[in-house]
Design a protein around this ligand. Sequence first.
Ligand code: 5GP
Ligand code: ZN
Length: 140
Amino acid sequence: MSASCIFCRIVAGEIPAEVVAREPEVVAFLDVQPLADGHVLVVPRAHAACIEDMKPAEIDALFRAVTRLAGPVRKALGAAGTTIGINNGEATGQTIPHVHVHIVPRWPDDGAGSIHTIFPRRTSKSLADVGKAIRAASGD
Ligand code: 5GP
Ligand code: ZN
């Protein structure tokens, strides 16, 4: 736990939150400034700033919880779908440096876009070059 981390303190019960799930490795609670009714944050209990810092078992538990909660969140709010996303790193707009998965309920004509709408599509490299670079960085 990081004493200076808001989400560690919510996990520890030191800061109140509207908790919707408590699991051995994961806690889920409502975002205090929801983008839509039912906006849930799913966080690992163990502090990690970004997903690359997490252990495989923690990742498994986190995404199992996201998968398990997506249906109930949608059902509870009468939503048509959910946008699920992570701001992974400060440069992406991540404001709390403790991994959290956003689950945001969606309805037709709710005024929000898809994840494609956040990018201006400023690409310059070929898919082949990018694929080669990522495979090399992955050790494949
Ligand atoms: P980020 O931009 O880091 O992906 O999202 C952080 C989210 O955490 C924001 O949507 C923000 O509203 C939410 N948040 C920040 N502080 C608190 C808090 O103290 N309690 C809760 N429940 N949510 C918070
Ligand atoms: Zn933390």
